[in-house]
Design a protein around this ligand. Structure first.
Ligand SMILES: Nc1ncnc2c1ncn2[C@@H]1O[C@H](COP(=O)(O)OP(=O)(O)OP(=O)(O)O)[C@@H](O)[C@H]1O
Ligand SMILES: [Mg+2]
Length: 369
C-alpha cells in the first residue's frame, strides 16, 4: 500500500543546534519529492525523522494516515514498523554475499517463503537489468551496478515509502546522468512515494515531481521544477537553482519607473511597476538569469532603455554557449550567450537585459509577486 508523508511543525535540535526549524511539508501519495539545499541545511535530519532514525524535538510526522511521531503525545513508531525503505549514499552491500543474496536479505529477515523470495528477486533483477549478475559478489560489480543492487534491495519489499539520501553521489558524472534517468523511470513504474535528498540542483530539477528547497533548517519553497525556477519565492531559491546562478543587482526605484544602479539604469515593465508600487525611492533587488541577457549584436530583443555596456573580464567558451563575466559600474554580470556571439575577452560589449524576465525582491529578499 502506498501513502503520502506529512510533517507538521517539525523541529529537531541537537545540543543547541537547530537542524530543522518548524518544517511543514506534505508529500503526496506516489510523488517523487526532492529535498534540496546546501550542505548542513537539515536534509538528512529531515529524512531520518521520517524514517524513525531520529525523534523530532517538536511536531508530528504522518505516513499515510498513521501518526508515526508526535512529541506531545509521546508517539514514536520505530523504523522497522514504518514500512519504509532507505537507500543511502554508501550502499553498504554485504561483501560476502552474492547479488542474489543481498537482494533476498530483507525478505529472509521477514521469513518470507523461499519460493516467493526467488520469484521477487528475479522480478526485481529483471526490472533493474541485474539478471546476468545474480551470482556475482559486490566487488565484481561496477559502481552503477552496485547502486542498482542497493536499489533492488530497497524495492524488493514493496514498502510504502522510499527514502533516498544522495544515492548517486558516489558515481562518476556520466553514470550519474544515466542512473538519474533510470531511477526516475523506476519510480514512475513502481509509483511508490519517494523522498530523495540531494544538494545537486540539476538532479533535483531533472528528477523531482516537486522540489522542497531548504536553507538553514528552514523550508524556503515547495514547487515543481518549473515553479522554483521561474517563480522563486526569495533570493536564496533564485540563487541556488540555475547555473550559472542568477545575477542580483541592488538599486533604487525612481519615480519615472527606472531602477537606478549607479552607473546604469533599467526600465521596469508596467506589470513590474505595479508589483513594486510603494517602493519608489526605496531599495529593490533585481534578479536576472544569465540566459536572459543578450549580446546586442544578435539580440532577439531590442530595447534601447535596457541595453547596457560593459567590459568582458572573462569569457568561458563551453562550445554550446559562451559564458561572459562583464563588469559595469560596481557590478559583475554573468551572461550566457549563444556560440554565434563574437564578443571577446577584454573588449566592450553591449548587453540587452530582457527585462520581462527579471525578478524583483524586497529588502528581505522576498519576491514581489
Ligand atoms: N547527531 C547530531 N548531533 C549534533 N548535530 C547534528 C547531528 N546530526 C546533524 N547535526 C547538525 O545538524 C545540521 C543539519 O545536518 P544534516 O546532516 O541534516 O545536513 P544535510 O543537509 O544532510 O547536509 P549534507 O548535504 O552535508 O549531508 C548540521 O548543522 C549538522 O552539523
Ligand atoms: Mg546529508
Amino acid at each position: 500500500m502506498m501513502a503520502g508523508v506529512r510533517l507538521v511543525g517539525v523541529w529537531k535540535e541537537f545540543e543547541g543546534v537547530v537542524a530543522v526549524r518548524d518544517m511543514n511539508l506534505e508529500v503526496r501519495d506516489g510523488e517523487f519529492m526532492i529535498l534540496l539545499g546546501p550542505s548542513g541545511c537539515g536534509k538528512t535530519t529531515t529524512l531520518r525523522m521520517i524514517a524513525g532514525l531520529e525523534e523530532p524535538t517538536r511536531g508530528k510526522v504522518y505516513i499515510g494516515e498513521d501518526l508515526v511521531a508526535d512529541s506531545e503525545k509521546g508517539v514514536f513508531v520505530p523504523p522497522k514498523d514504518r514500512d519504509i525503505a532507505m537507500v543511502f549514499q554508501s550502499y553498504a552491500l554485504y561483501p560476502h554475499m552474492t547479488v542474489y543474496d543481498n537482494m533476498a536479505f530483507p525478505l529472509k529477515l521477514r521469513k518470507v517463503p523461499k519460493k516467493e523470495i526467488d520469484q521477487r528477486v528475479r522480478e526485481v533483477a529483471e526490472l533493474l537489468g541485474l539478471m546476468e549478475l545474480l551470482r556475482r559478489k559486490p566487488r565484481e560489480l561496477s559502481g552503477g551496478q552496485r547502486q542498482r543492487v542497493a536499489l533492488g534491495r530497497a524495492i524488493i519489499r514493496k514498502p510504502k515509502v522510499f527514502l533516498m539520501d544522495e544515492p548517486l553521489s558516489n558515481l562518476d558524472a556520466k553514470l550519474r546522468v544515466k542512473m538519474r534517468a533510470e531511477l526516475k523511470k523506476l519510480q514512475r513504474h513502481l509509483g511508490v512515494t519517494t523522498i530523495y535528498v540531494t544538494h545537486d540542483q540539476v538532479e533535483a530539477m531533472t528528477m523531482g515531481d516537486r522540489i522542497a528547497v531548504i536553507n538553514g533548517g528552514i523550508l524556503q519553497q515547495v514547487g515543481t521544477p518549473e515553479e522554483v525556477y521561474n517563480r522563486p519565492s526569495n533570493t536564496f531559491v533564485a540563487g541556488f537553482i540555475g547555473t550559472p546562478p542568477m545575477n542580483f543587482l541592488e538599486g533604487t526605484l525612481l519615480d519615472d519607473g527606472r531602477v537606478d544602479f549607479g552607473d546604469f539604469h533599467l526600465r521596469l515593465t508596467a506589470g513590474q511597476l505595479e508589483l513594486a508600487s510603494g517602493y519608489t525611492g526605496k531599495t529593490l533587488t533585481l534578479g536576472i538569469r544569465p540566459e536572459d541577457i543578450y549580446d546586442v549584436d544578435i539580440s532577439p530583443v531590442h530595447d534601447e532603455e535596457n541595453t547596457i555596456r560593459g567590459r568582458v573580464d572573462i569569457l568561458e567558451n563551453l562550445g554550446n554557449e559562451k559564458i561572459v563575466h562583464v563588469s559595469l559600474g560596481g557590478y559583475s554580470l554573468t551572461a550566457s550567450l549563444p556560440p554565434e556571439s563574437r564578443v571577446e575577452e577584454g573588449s566592450e560589449v553591449g548587453l540587452v537585459v530582457n527585462i520581462k524576465r527579471a525578478h524583483l525582491f524586497n529588502e528581505h529578499g522576498e519576491a514581489l509577486f
